[in-house]
Design a protein around this ligand. Structure first.
Ligand SMILES: C[S@@+](CC[C@H](N)C(=O)[O-])C[C@H]1O[C@@H](n2cnc3c(N)ncnc32)[C@H](O)[C@@H]1O
Length: 257
């Protein structure tokens, strides 16, 4: 893992993350893919397609693209003209569907990039005057700061609060403003330890009957180990070769984070 020291040097808000990156580089080099093979197998054995998962979770199917073709084509054009390449655009139906199903007014997500997941959540939240709280640090080597969230149209931005730091700094700041959420969407630091830290913190802020979504859970054993340790029962979704975990927080959930 190469560290872009210059990229960090010009972003003082990321100095704490730089310290952690240096530590990880020295002491936790295998953390990113820890237990990957066994986690992947665990996902493969349990995974169901998105459509089936949505019906299981909400009783109906959602297609964000079919419901909002104009919004999607405008956002796609913005992405195509964006000079920086980023990741994302995954599981919009799930995010939008769960926001609609729970009639969410308070949603938290980690990891924005172009802002596709934010777009899906905001399109639902704005109907109820709700708010999306997002944490995101830029890809320091790509200088993408000004393009973070670029696919989100101006009319949706009044429902959006973006905290431009690493999760460990951003989440405590978000919780000072809002500390209960109906939906959590985790899509930022995918390292094993990064997941375990954030899952506990975010789960603790999730309301009963709320939903917890985590992306790319087959990259290491972080998600698998965490749900096993806490006796949680996830739905695993296979989407375009990647795996997404969803958990409903029920009243009997013993794990408090
Ligand atoms: C996969 S992208 C997010 C995609 C977005 N959720 C979507 O669906 O379109 C991951 C984002 O998380 C950011 N990120 C990575 N590590 C982070 C951390 N520790 N704290 C906050 N953001 C982080 C990356 O820079 C990137 O912008």
């Amino acid at each position: 893992m190469l560290i872009n020291f210059r990229g960090y040097a010009v972003r003082p808000q990321l100095y704490p993350e730089l310290g952690r990156k240096i530590y990880k580089n020295i002491f936790e080099r295998d953390n990113v893919f820890l237990g990957k093979d066994i986690a992947r197998q665990w996902c493969v054995e349990r995974a169901i397609p998105m459509e089936k998962a949505l019906i299981q979770l909400t009783g109906k199917n959602f297609s964000f693209e079919e419901t909002y073709p104009l919004l999607m084509s405008e956002a796609t054009e913005i992405q195509e003209n964006c000079p920086v390449e980023m990741e994302g655009r995954c599981a919009l139906d799930l995010i939008y569907g769960l926001c609609e199903f729970t009639k969410a007014t308070k949603v938290i997500e980690t990891g924005v990039a172009y802002g596709w997941s934010s777009l899906a959540a905001l399109q639902s939240l704005q109907k109820r005057g709700g708010t999306l709280y997002s944490s995101d640090m830029p890809y320091v080597s790509r200088n993408n700061d000004q393009f973070v969230g670029c696919v989100i149209p101006p009319k949706l931005r009044q429902s959006w609060k973006l905290f431009r730091q690493a999760d460990r700094e951003a989440l405590p700041k978000i919780f000072k403003e809002q500390d209960r959420f109906q939906l959590v969407h985790y899509d930022s630091d995918k390292s094993y330890n990064g997941r375990l830290w954030a899952y506990d913190v975010l789960w603790n802020k999730l309301e009963t009957n709320g939903y917890f979504i985590s992306h790319e859970i087959a990259e290491n054993a972080g998600f698998m180990d965490w749900v096993k340790k806490n006796n949680l029962i996830p739905i695993i979704i296979e989407l375009e070769g990647k795996y997404i975990g969803v958990i409903k927080k029920n009243a009997l959930s013993t794990h408090k984070g």
